[in-house]
Design a protein around this ligand. Sequence first.
Ligand SMILES: [Zn+2]
Ligand SMILES: [Zn+2]
Length: 446
Amino acid sequence: MGSACCHHCVLKRVMPLRRSFQVLCHNLGRAVGACVLGVLFFPAAGHSEELPAGVEPLSGRWVIRTHDEAGSKLDKPRYLYRDLVGKEEQYVDLFSYHMRDSNGDGTDEVRISHEPGSDTHPAGFLIIRSQGYPNHPTAIFPNSGNPNTIQVQDFTFRLPLEPRLSATTTRLPMGPIGTALNGVVFFNPFEQGGMNAVEGYAEVWLDACCGHPQQTGVYHYHKYPSCVKSPFQDDGKQHSPIIGFAWDGFPVHGPYETAGIMAHQSDAHASPDLALDACNGHFDSSRGYHYHATPGRFPYILGGYRGVVEPANNRGLRRAGSGVIENNAQGKSVIDRAISAVRPGAVAPGGKRTVTIELDPGTGNSPPVAGGNAGQIPEGAPAWVQIGPYEATAISRQGNVVTITLEIPEDATLGVLLDCHLEFEGAARGGRNRVYKRSDVLRVVE
Ligand SMILES: [Zn+2]
Ligand SMILES: [Zn+2]
């Protein structure tokens, strides 16, 4: 209990800091501007043109900033990626925002370097050393739905700097299939045992940030991680920014393809060329091949690898076959829908919002499965409520209605359905928190 609680506290402490940083960067707009951590992005118009002083080409879309604008050498070089932001190509600093020690153990969660190439990827690798540790609020683990504890990892990932398409699709292994920009890994849609982790039987085990730890403490996302923002806002008015990378080196973007249209809806739009393939990727002339997270739609993050994977990233890749995965969602949640409604279903960004959560005590009982959540909804107010990345700042309960206050930042991700997670302190066997969950209950809209 003690360390889990501390975990919450540390994260709470750092959240306001990160939010203000984010707003500051966003307000700089597309102009070249100095952020707390240096220039976040600068135009890449005609990328054959000269790079600014202190920036050197690396390979593919990657460049490296070794010196700041004043000419002083940086202690940590910045790795920048050429991406289309709005209508202009920009070199974007995807990682600096996450290169910090938010769990206070003396090591930054994410550390970046680069290495020379191999036979399969001669152009070299971006090296990501990661603690795999969430830098956003999470549920307290273990809890009534998950016996595991989130543990700091010592991952080393190798992203090909120049990803190459493969003649065959590589099948996704179990375990890490890619990494979010915060160093937390993506998993395929299945739990050990082969069940869909996002829909049906197992969906309740993910916390409000769409993640949970497995047996060795690896916290991972099975679907669009609503709590990971790249340093850039996603207001749904343009192509979503990059949120991570797959083990073939191709980027994973958030859900939007263009204003108000998610990538998985593109086939219904005027541009059938943009329909996502079974790997959840597509091409455009500026970005090349890239994947999209698809909230509410299998395979949610990746369906397979279109590119040549770097096998060092997951032992399972050496014997991975070919082909894409198929949905096998079945069965009902092992926990009944104890949350019968969340109202309103949409809130505006930029202020305190009141939300009510209706509990249905008649459904609080669950089938007696191993590790299940047997027992009725406890009396009293929950100790913790989180919807997507937003922690409730006030919680009260009258009868079966829980009323919470959420502080929604000005730069919230818009339009994506968020999950709701409730915890009753020490209400489950062994003093663990009793957790209840309902997916896709609230979105932030202007
Ligand atoms: Zn899982
Ligand atoms: Zn796209």
